[in-house]
Design a protein. Sequence first.
Length: 225
Amino acid sequence: MTVRVVVADDQVLVRAGFVALLTAQDDLEVVGEAADGEQAVELATRLRPDVVLMDIRMPGLDGLAATRRIAAAPQLADVRVVVLTTFELDEYVFEALRAGASGFLVKHTEPAELVRAVRVAAAGEALLSPGVTRRLIAEYAARARPLPDAGTAQALAVLTEREREVLTQVAQGLTNEEIADRLVMSPATARTHVSRILGKLGARDRTQLVVLAYESGHVRPGWHQ
């Protein structure tokens, strides 16, 4: 299956580099290019790509606001946004993840890693760069929300005890196979639990589950099992 991608970056040369890299892959197709957030939202709405590579800092409507618009549109529920940033601990990255981004990439990422990340995002699989993403979420969750969010914590009440255990593992960036191994279940059962958790919490993907786990206080910043 061909993964359809929109690339949004206001720097022409940077955008051209991403486009050239992606189009060189047999299973990836760049269906649109955007120079700002408004264009990115318009292209996402019109073309319904699998993935939008979204630069955070763009003129006019920035990548953060554009990500929020895409994530809020019910008809774009299957569009995955991967934000692009210059620094791993960018102050806007956590906000982008909260807004609905599926993950992030630093612009100096190795080409092979960027290609892999696009495929992973399109498949809705494990987090991009799990360790770095968890560290970033933990850091900004600690800064922005020193106390658990009561509303989010209440939302987690719909989960069964087993689903809470699975959520804890997801929050650590574990894959379904790793969750299955740790909780002594089959990968198919782990996958089913994750799907049910996504449905019950109305989360777009696993990244959103990590954000919810931290914001609710279910998993504490810096906590490891």
